[in-house]
Design a protein around this ligand. Structure first.
Ligand code: ZN
Length: 251
């Protein structure tokens, strides 16, 4: 294989992987046909190309199943999946309805009719660990078929600050009031295009009452009685939980 480019060949939230990594070769050496390419980054002096398969191709790998991956690889793949979502799903102008084409000056969709530029859609979300003494609130979501217990999360609504979103989501889902909301970390979550902003906060008032719409059950857990299934490594949800565990054991 000639090392001429690194390839992110995507289809929804899956991609083509060779020997557990992104293929590094020329276009001609790829084992199936691809469509138009977009340069999305540079890595070790090589261009990183995004493309979609055309026609038959081998089985692709789900990005979720690859987690955890190192930060740089995570960046490249989540950037590729988000931009692929823009190119394949956001093809019509939101102003006049004409079919857009990819702008080559910057990565955005350009309308040939009204010249509007439509940038990659990214939806901000919050994800939050609520601490109460030496315990952490974990919830089981109605949409999860397994017994996964995790921290609360939700989409930012128009007009809100991230902190207001934290307060609202927590009150809507489990009826609690919180204080000391602190920024923790963020993570691009390209399923297809969320930005998770993670916070920690402290319990202030109220008793847990789940909404039974998004949340099926919720409870307080200490680091010695964690639920059997918690989020996988490589997610910011897991980092929030691991942060709680290490801060409890440090005390
Ligand atoms: Zn237009």
């Amino acid at each position: 294989m000639s090392k001429t480019a690194l390839w992110c060949i995507c289809e929804k939230s899956t991609l083509y992987i060779e020997n557990d990594s992104l293929p590094c070769c020329s276009r001609e050496e790829l084992p199936f046909s691809i469509g138009e390419t977009i340069t999305i980054a540079e890595e070790d002096g090589l261009p990183v190309f995004l493309a979609s398969p055309v026609g038959d191709h081998p089985q692709f790998t789900s990005f979720r199943s690859m987690l955890p991956v190192d930060d740089r690889r995570y960046y490249l793949i989540s950037r590729a999946l988000s931009l692929n979502n823009m190119v394949t799903e956001h093809t019509f102008c939101s102003h006049c309805g004409h079919q857009c084409t990819l702008s080559r000056k910057e990565i955005a969709m350009r309308c040939p009719n009204c010249h509007a530029l439509n940038y990659p859609p990214i939806s901000p979300c919050i994800i939050v660990a609520i601490h109460r003494d030496n315990r952490l609130l974990l919830a089981r979501h109605a949409s999860h078929s397994n017994r996964l217990a995790t921290v609360l999360a939700g989409f930012l609504e128009a007009g809100e600050t991230l902190e207001q979103c934290v307060e609202r989501e927590i009150f809507e889902e489990v009826s609690l009031r919180v204080k000391n909301i602190r920024y923790f970390a963020s993570q691009s979550w390209s399923f297809p295009s969320q930005l998770m902003t993670a916070f920690t906060c402290d319990y202030a008032a109220g008793e847990i009452a789940v909404d039974h719409v998004e949340i099926r059950e919720a409870d307080w857990f200490s680091c010695t009685n964690m639920p059997e299934i918690i989020p996988m490594h490589g997610t910011v949800a897991r980092r929030l939980i691991d942060n709680f565990i290490s801060s409890s054991t440090d005390r």
